[in-house]
Design a protein around this ligand. Structure first.
Ligand code: IPM
Ligand code: MN
Length: 346
């Protein structure tokens, strides 16, 4: 029997309950599809930081390297640890160190979920560059706390980085409805974004079967609200993709439904799966967070590991649950009730 080694990082706030829910679903589906999942839990979080002074041990990345995949709940507890510290100490280094350059986020309405839009028949796959761009971390502050203070944060777009995310997005479009929207702001940012548009045109010549359109980020934000059904695959830089995928989460009914995969397409290092939502301090420990975003992310993990049938079983369980009216309204049902329904449907 094939057994996958999974690193579990529940993290902070609702991340703990969501990971526990997803793990129970994963175990049931693994039994049904006759493969093994060996989970190892790591307590890396803001609570861990408060005790040790770091979000993960110095050899944390080395430790994770040996796993087949990582399932992460949420990172951040801003009342106690600034987000700029907690995210740069755990989530962002994992994405970068393991070259998880493609962040994939599906946005569609689950059955029974009424989104905020009139449009209901959209199915968008956002592909977000995940290792460079506006999140490069290149920059600094000088003359701090004086009136001469200067803060610089430089976006970094490399040919290698832009080419590989675009190629990945073209491949995804080819496997879906054959439409790709490439998002920039090249009317205002004349170096990096014009470069991205140029690369889009260049790589498009390798994919004559894919219909590609370039949009500016502001127009894309409007399009996702006004005509989401016109979109198939959407590819964008790190920050633009970050913003568009919260919008994507909103049009699919909320963050409780927004799944996410940080993929290393070369597969030489582990990929990481996490919901789009954060630790949600406002509802943490109240038992009302929706586990569907994390469970959907877990299905994406199984899909990435090659367990397509098991991933489909989870998606069917999610759809049966929401079609039955459970977990369709934020805060409407308890985490344990939704999880129990998912388990029954497997
Ligand atoms: C996300 C989150 C992170 C990001 C934050 C927590 C750093 O918003 O995964 O979308 O911006 O990448
Ligand atoms: Mn985000």
């Amino acid at each position: 029997m094939k057994t996958y080694k999974i690193a579990l990082i529940p993290g902070d706030g609702i991340g703990k309950d969501m990971t526990a829910a997803a793990w129970s679903v994963l175990q049931k589906v693994a039994d049904k599809h006759a493969f093994g999942l060996e989970g190892t839990e790591f307590p890396w979080s803001c609570a861990f930081y408060k005790v040790t002074g770091s979000m993960m041990p110095a050899d944390g990345i080395e430790t994770l390297r040996n796993f087949d995949a990582i399932l992460l709940g949420a990172v951040g507890w801003p009342d106690e640890v600034p987000d700029s510290v907690s995210l740069h100490g755990l989530l962002l280094p994992i994405r970068k160190s393991f070259v998880q350059y493609a962040n994939i986020r599906p946005h569609r309405l689950l059955p029974g979920v009424a989104g905020p839009l009139k449009a209901t028949d959209f199915d968008i796959l956002c592909i977000r560059e995940n290792t460079e761009g506006e999140y490069s971390g290149a920059g600094g502050r000088v003359h701090q706390n004086t009136s001469d203070e200067v803060a610089v944060e430089t976006s970094v777009f490399t040919r290698k980085g832009v080419e590989r995310i675009l190629r990945f997005a073209f491949e995804q479009a080819r496997g879906r409805r054959g439409k790709l929207a490439s998002v920039t702001k090249s009317n205002a940012q004349k170096y990096s974004m014009v470069f991205w548009d140029d690369m889009t045109r260049l790589i498009a010549t390798e994919y004559p079967d894919v219909e590609v359109t370039s949009y500016h980020i502001d127009a894309m934000a409007a399009r996702m609200v006004m005509a989401p059904e016109s979109l198939d695959v959407v590819v964008a830089s790190n920050l633009f993709g970050d913003i568009l995928t919260d919008l994507g989460a909103a049009i699919q009914g909320g963050l409780g439904f927004a799944a996410s995969a940080n993929i290393n397409p070369d597969r030489d290092l582990p990929s990481m799966f996490e919901p789009v939502h954060g630790s949600a301090p406002d509802i943490a420990h109240r038992g009302i967070a929706n586990p569907i975003a994390t469970v959907w992310s877990a299905a994406m993990m199984l899909d990435h590991l090659g367990e397509r049938g098991a991933a489909a079983t989870i998606m069917n369980a999610i759809e049966a649950t929401t079609a039955g009216g459970l977990g369709t309204v934020p805060g409407g049902d308890r985490t344990e009730t939704i999880t129990a329904s998912l388990l029954t449907a497997i």
